[in-house]
Design a protein around this ligand. Sequence first.
Ligand SMILES: Cc1cc2nc3c(=O)[nH]c(=O)nc-3n(C[C@H](O)[C@H](O)[C@H](O)COP(=O)(O)OP(=O)(O)OC[C@H]3O[C@@H](n4cnc5c(N)ncnc54)[C@H](O)[C@@H]3O)c2cc1C
Length: 312
Amino acid sequence: MTVDCVVIGAGIAGLAAARVLREQGRTVRVLEKGRGVGGRMASRRVGEARFDHGAQFFTVRSAEFAAVVERAEAAGAVTEWTHGFGTPPDGHARWRGTEGMTSLCKWMAADAEVAVELSTTVTDLRGIDTRAVILTAPVPQSLAILSFSGLLPAPDVAIRLAAIAYKPTIAVLATLDRPPGGMADHGGCQFADGADLAFVTDNQAKGISAIPALTVHLSNERSHEHWSLDDAAVVAFAESRSADLRGDASIVSTQVQRWRYAGPVAVDPDPTVVWGDDPVVAMAGEAFAGPKIEGAFLSGVAAAEAVEARLG
Ligand SMILES: Cc1cc2nc3c(=O)[nH]c(=O)nc-3n(C[C@H](O)[C@H](O)[C@H](O)COP(=O)(O)OP(=O)(O)OC[C@H]3O[C@@H](n4cnc5c(N)ncnc54)[C@H](O)[C@@H]3O)c2cc1C
């Protein structure tokens, strides 16, 4: 059966798009290569520990995103984490998922009754029976799919999209034998630009882990430098740079997660890019209206509205 739209990716952009199209009465398939929804809003369990290992929090500025967050809060999926990480805090709310950052995406999918087809990696769009497709993977990955499928946009647009570059982030996840002694009560520590680390989270103090569990994000620059080193070297670096924050707590176990496409170096000025009519093709995600979670959400909404207008 021909569907109105296929959405590639069940991160927040893809789910935002799918929700809008479902509200318009459109038939939608969401195809996701991962085993769960959320994309870079990623949470992982390791024994009793739970880590947010991608995005750590989100902020809310637009009325459109606020309306969804308000409903997600009422449903128990998200809650305010803190009002800033500085001293004194800046007072602007930082939000988290109640069971990790994926909670918001899980709620969005369930609330809109979007059945996500998990563990489904799309490489070729030609065999998919659809009137429209919205791609929300990082731009280089979406362009590879489009190239293989013979659906690239006009050369000037393709060149503009191909110029969107990404910064990497390495995350080190560490369980501890006791709570870290050197962190603020809320459990977040944001570093200034130019530091070796970008962010450290005590996931227990944050409220998502049953036991002490630290997420250490290297800065983009150090992530780039350490990208090809083995895990032991990366862990040793994170361990030395987070020593003050750990205090007398010792590391029990570690895992390393490398995010090649952590975030765009520069954001495209348009919230979405749309072309074609058979099928209609749109690209969305944080590289467009973004960066960050709210930008990705707004980009997904913009892509769905543009597709809706073209489907007629
Ligand atoms: C380490 C890190 C820290 C961050 N910290 C913050 C923060 O604190 N606050 C904030 O606001 N933002 C933060 N961000 C950015 C935030 O996570 C992103 O802006 C947002 O989650 C992007 O959403 P998206 O839907 O555009 O993309 P994604 O979340 O990447 O979703 C794209 C989805 O597409 C899927 N996919 C890719 N290729 C295919 C394919 N071929 N077939 C099927 N599915 C596919 C992926 O598996 C993924 O689920 C952080 C990101 C990282 C990596």
